[in-house]
Write a protein that binds this ligand. Structure first.
Ligand code: SF4
Length: 56
């Protein structure tokens, strides 16, 4: 946060959206319609556990 605004480092942000679920201050959120759409599209993957992989 800077001056009550959310600031993102565009050089390092990969748009994973993890911050929308893990930030305890809810600094960044997705609009509810988009949350619902993403839940519909990605919800089935919550139960899938895969190990991290490196891609070259
Ligand atoms: S959690 Fe993901 S979307 Fe959020 S700032 Fe970090 S890289 Fe970007």
């Amino acid at each position: 946060m800077e001056n009550d605004s959310v600031v993102t480092d565009a050089e390092t942000c990969c748009l994973c959206m993890a911050c929308t679920t893990v930030c305890p201050k809810h600094a960044r959120i997705l609009p509810p319609p988009l949350q619902e759409k993403m839940q519909q599209m990605l919800g089935v993957l919550k139960s899938v556990r895969r190990e991290n992989e490196y891609f070259v």
